[in-house]
Every structure is written in C-alpha cells, then in structure tokens.
Design a protein around this ligand. Structure first.
Ligand code: FES
Length: 371
C-alpha cells in the first residue's frame, strides 16, 4: 500500500537530489535507495522511470492504446520514437518495444500495442493490464522525424507501423503543416485499420491530408486499394512524386518501399524503420561446444546452431530478455571467454568483456558468459 499518492511523485523529484549525489559518489547503493523509496510508493525511484496506466482505449480489433502518466524521472521524448515496456511474468522480467503515438508535457504519453497471438507480453498487456497499474519504462530510442521542409509527405505504414507515423502526423498537423500529406496504411483486414475514426476525422478537418487503406488478406470490391504495396497504389492516390517519404512496418514491407524508391529516383528523403529484423543467417555445420554460465556455476554441452539465450533457458536459467530479435538489448550479457557468432551478420567476437546479445549470438567455440 502506497504511503503517498502517485500525483506527488513528479513534485518530489527535486527533493531526491541529495540521494542522487550520494549514489553517484558510491556512498549509497541505488538499489538500496530504491528499496526505501518504493516503501513510500512503488513508482518512486531514484532514476528508474515508472508510469501509471491512466486510460485504455481499443483503436482496432487487435490494438490497444495506453495513456500513461510517468513519474518524475521521465526525461521526455518525441513522437515517432519508441521505448521498452517491462513486465514480470512468472518470475521472468520481459520487455517489448512500442512506439509513442503521443507525447505531452507533464509526463503524459501514449503508446499503442498490437496483439501478437501466442506472444508472452502483448496478450498480457491487452487482457490484464488495468487502469491504475504500474509499468516500468525503458530508454527512448528512434531517429524518425517529420521533414523540416514544407513539401509533400507520403506516409507508408504496414500493420503496427502506423503507430510512429501517427505520432508524427498528429504533431505535424497540430503545428500547422500545410503541404499535402498522403497516408497509406496496409492491413490484413478491415478491423485492423487502427485509429480509423481519428484518421477519418483528421481527413475531414485538414484539406491537405488524404488517408487510404489497402487490405492485404481480404479482397474488398468497395475498397479503393487492395493487396500489398506497389507503385500502382501511389498512382491511384496521385502520390507518385512526394517530397519526402516515411515508411514503417515489417522488414519485407520496408524493403519493398526501398526498392520502389531506388527505382523511382525521386528527389527528397526516404526515412524507414523496420520493426522485424532480417532473417538470421544460416550457420555452418553443426559443432559441439561447451557452455559455461559463470555466475550460476553451471556448464552444459551445446552446439553452434541455437542462440545462447535458448541454451541458457534449456539449462533452466531465466535471463532477462525482450524482443528475442536483437533489437531491444534486454538480453545483453558479458562474454568472459571463447568466441561467439552474431547470427545476423556472421561476425565473430572473442574479446573478453565484450557485451553480447544472447538472443542473436551463438557459440563458435567453447564459451563462458557472465550469467
Ligand atoms: S531479447 Fe531483445 S535484444 Fe535480445
């Protein structure tokens, strides 16, 4: 039970600076300070960012928007960026990365979460996270930004790729961006047209905005567009020569957009963000190796095919992890000895003390890691 209300946390931040100084000088441990602060309120911490769920809103059949109120440690962000949300499930700390759809003063922010069927985090967040619950937030990342020049902008989104683009679009319209904007969103079915009511309302309000959807899994005779991204869609929308293009979606979609952009040789700038990584490289022949988990004082025979994260879990260990795709860095661990292979690029690493991402690293020789 909290001794102080959540609403006081932001105001308390300046009062914590003496503790910050003591922690920075090594005279107190941050973990001990946090333990005491959390007695007053579970979201009161020296540096860690926690947020309270202020509202839940379904914005598509399979997407929920969360409105969050952060504690005083939130340093801000810009729409178009993304951050990690942490949850603990069955004793394992998990995280996933979600895009910011809105950032407001006073620590108010919104993220949108798409259901990943069979996932470990999104079904929990969508079904069980309630208004008033607390979440820990990770660092904010992402470079995508709205073009500075007042030239036409083409926004291309697939699936949950709509979320960072919506954040940027909302901000640009609110600031008075007046050049033509075309937003084309690819979804499998009608019900997955996230934020459809808001986007239609914006289209009615701003004469320079046109929004269209293309259904990729169901042919709809009434729809203007059907099927996956192709240049004919842009012709249908009279958007063949935009000044700037922003595209976000799965890696395959982003790659198609990049190929179109290279072929079209248009002036302007293309910004892309893919939220699934390229496929992992096939490894060379199977080789037996020995894995050592130093902190757990455990050893096990393994091979060079599966990731170190999978082997650690097979050993009964529970390393922190999030995306399992080499993106979020939650599974980063220190290599103590041996050689590991980055399963995405094939690069080899053998420097002791090197940070490695367990989910995309495989043993290349006998390996010991700090786990
Ligand atoms: S779990 Fe996200 S980088 Fe490994």
């Amino acid at each position: 039970m909290a001794l102080i209300p959540f609403a006081w946390l932001r105001a308390l931040k300046p009062l914590l600076w003496p503790l910050r100084v003591l922690a920075a000088r090594g005279w107190l441990r941050e973990a001990d300070i946090d333990f005491c602060l959390a007695r007053m309120h579970p979201a009161l911490r020296l540096n860690r960012v926690f947020a309270r769920v202020a509202a839940r809103q379904w914005v598509a059949e399979d997407m929920l928007q969360l409105s969050l109120q952060a504690n005083g440690n939130w340093a801000g962000a810009t729409p178009g960026q993304h951050l990690q949300l942490f949850v603990e499930r069955e004793g394992v700390r998990l995280s996933r990365t979600y895009s910011l759809t809105s950032v407001q003063p006073g620590g108010r922010l919104q993220v949108a979460i798409k259901l990943q069927a069979g996932g470990r985090v999104s079904p929990f967040l969508l079904e069980h996270l309630a208004v008033g619950d607390l979440l820990e937030l990770g660092p904010v990342q992402g470079e995508m930004n709205w073009p500075q020049a007042n030239e036409g902008v083409l926004l291309l989104a697939a699936g949950s790729g709509i979320t960072p683009l919506l954040g940027l679009l909302r901000q640009a319209l609110a600031k008075g961006f007046s050049a033509p904007i075309t937003l084309l969103h690819y979804v499998r079915e009608q019900g997955q047209r996230a934020f459809v009511e808001e986007l239609q309302a914006l289209q009615g309000q701003y004469a320079n905005l046109q929004v269209q959807w293309s259904l990729t899994a169901e042919a709809n005779e009434a729809a203007v567009l059907n099927g996956r991204f192709n240049a004919a869609h842009l012709q249908a929308l009279n958007a063949t020569a935009p000044g700037n293009v922003l595209a976000c979606g799965p890696a395959g979609f982003v790659s198609q957009v990049q190929q179109w952009w290279q072929g079209a040789q248009l002036p302007g700038v293309l910004q892309v963000e893919a939220f699934t990584p390229p496929a992992l490289l096939a490894l060379d022949g199977v080789r037996a190796v020995q894995l050592g988990f130093a902190r757990s004082h455990q050893q096990r025979p393994a091979d060079n095919q599966r990731s170190l994260l999978e082997w650690a879990e097979a050993q009964g260990l529970q390393p922190a992890h999030g995306c399992r795709q080499g993106i979020c860095a939650s599974c980063t661990c220190t290599l103590l000895s041996g050689t590991v292979r980055d399963m995405r690029s094939g690069a080899l690493f053998s420097e002791p003390g090197q940070p490695i991402r367990l989910c995309v690293s495989a043993a290349h020789s006998d390996v010991e890691i700090d786990l």
